[in-house]
Design a protein around this ligand. Structure first.
Ligand code: PLP
Length: 463
């Protein structure tokens, strides 16, 4: 399926192969600001700079591959989300997208709350000083030990994901003599992904308790009956990389309808609803994400309208963007190692990382773009596939993109929008050393997660 069958100017092919790519940009040297973090620009020499520092200097100091995170952009995005939703709503950053102690401190300073979904994420959050009441604990199979720690720490909410968990959390809370604030995660029968939403994919998934068949209503009944739980609301998360608000509309309507049923049956109006995360970002120039204020307006309008219709007090809304905050703020910097032109097909460009630092392309065919960043070039565009150094032919970072035809080993290329689900999903495949995350701000760069070393690998190997 090609968006543009025969873009102009390929070097190694008369007819371009099938692929999911657009025509090359008119000028490959121009950085599309949609996909790059806010302080990224080219300096007078044509090198990409972030936070005022040129990539050559960054590569020299920190090595490649490495993730460079634009701290002021991250903070600005946090503020934009917080401001857009205002004082009557809560924004929870989904820590699984990328979490480190520095990130936790930024979130804390910018007034955001934090979602965690494992003991490790909880530890990171608490260690960096996130107040427990600003933490929400998620997951479809939290261990009893994890629940213990969350309850002990006093997390602001635990999102219950199954009937077993209702009982488990109540049991732990009772043992600690506390009344734990909880929400129930419901599966609303909508699963939304990029550009579309599928209302049929519904209950066939591991997360949440289905609205259909009265399962969610039964979970609410059990939750309300347990003194050790303070059921404050209903939670729904419908997918990822969503651009279309229609899925959220259906989801909000169904959640509000459940709140009305709860009021009718139990005489209580639950004070909170959480609409989850999943808001899309621009990975390539073809993506057009919405601004936080548009999303906030759309969501709050839907909820107030539905509540008015159901004669309910409007509950406090919360949302959980992960990707939409951190995704656009980082790029991965690689050094080009080998270049293989395959006549009539495309040119394979191998970099010094790959599926160990970005599994998303192999995992779900994610689309990325790439640019030559150590210099500019006036050479014609060539169709490339950027691949890693791992022992898998599916080890692809960027499936189809254009780079200048004079690309050479030693050039630095960068893949933008890798802030979310890249470092957090990174692996040690082939005993690769996971790359560092370097925060760049106002002319200063500092490592916030260091590069793994071979000693790190050997330390785990106690053989
Ligand atoms: C993954 C997840 C999010 C964040 O999703 P993004 O696509 O990063 O915004 C939010 N809430 C829940 C419950 C999630 O599982």
């Amino acid at each position: 399926m090609s968006r543009s069958a025969h873009p102009a100017g390929p070097r190694h092919a008369d007819v371009l192969p099938e692929g999911h790519y657009s025509a090359p940009a008119a000028d490959l040297n121009v950085l599309d600001e949609k996909v790059w973090s806010r302080t990224v620009t080219r300096d007078a020499d044509g090198a990409l700079t972030v936070g005022g520092i040129a990539v050559a200097r960054l590569a020299e100091e920190f090595g490649t591959p490495a993730y460079f995170l634009d701290e002021s952009d991250f903070r600005a995005r946090c503020r934009a989300w917080a401001d857009a939703f205002g004082a009557d709503a809560d924004v929870f950053y989904a820590g699984k997208a990328f979490l480190s102690r520095a990130v936790v401190r930024w979130l804390k300073e910018e007034g955001l709350n934090l979602d965690v979904c494992s003991g490790g994420e909880l530890t990171t959050a608490l260690d960096a000083g996130m107040p427990a009441e600003r933490i929400a604990f998620h997951g479809n199979n939290k261990t009893v030990a994890e629940i213990e720690r969350a309850v002990e720490a006093g997390v602001g909410r635990i999102v219950l994901d199954s009937f077993q968990e209702i009982v488990r959390v109540a049991h732990v809370a009772r043992r600690h003599g506390v009344r734990q604030r909880v929400q129930i995660r419901v599966t609303v029968g909508v699963e939304a992904h990029t550009h579309e939403f599928i209302a049929t994919a519904h209950e066939d998934q591991k997360f949440g308790i289905a609205l259909a068949d009265g399962q969610a209503a039964e979970a609410v009944r059990r939750g309300l009956a347990l003194d050790a739980l303070e059921l404050v609301g209903v939670h729904s998360h419908i997918g990822s990389q969503i651009f279309d608000m229609a899925g959220f509309e259906v989801s909000a309507r169904r959640v509000v309808q459940l709140l009305a049923e709860i009021r009718d049956e139990h005489g209580v109006e639950l004070p909170e609803i959480d609409l989850g995360g999943g808001l899309g970002i621009a990975y390539t120039s073809d993506d057009d994400p919405r601004e936080p204020h548009e999303i906030a307006k759309a969501l709050t309008d839907i909820v107030s309208r539905e509540c008015e219709a159901a004669k309910l007090r409007t509950p406090r809304i919360s949302v959980e963007p992960g990707r939409a905050i951190v995704g656009p703020t980082a790029f991965t910097l690689y050094e080009v190692g080998t270049i293989k032109p395959l006549e009539g097909l495309r040119t394979y460009v191998s970099v010094d990382g790959g599926m160990s630092d970005n599994i998303r392309t192999a995992l779900y065919d994610a689309e990325y773009t790439v640019a030559l960043v150590s210099r500019t070039s006036d050479a014609e565009p060539m169709l490339v596939r950027v691949v890693g150094k791992h022992c898998e032919s599916g080890d692809i970072v960027v499936k189809d993109a254009f780079l200048p035809a004079d690309l050479a080993p030693g050039d630095l290329i960068a893949v933008p929008a890798t802030g979310a689900y890249c470092r957090s999903m990174a692996s040690n495949y082939n005993h690769a050393l996971r790359p560092p995350v370097v925060a760049v701000r106002d002319g200063e760069a500092r490592v916030i997660v260091r590069r793994e070393t071979e000693e790190d690998l050997l330390r785990l190997d106690v053989g």
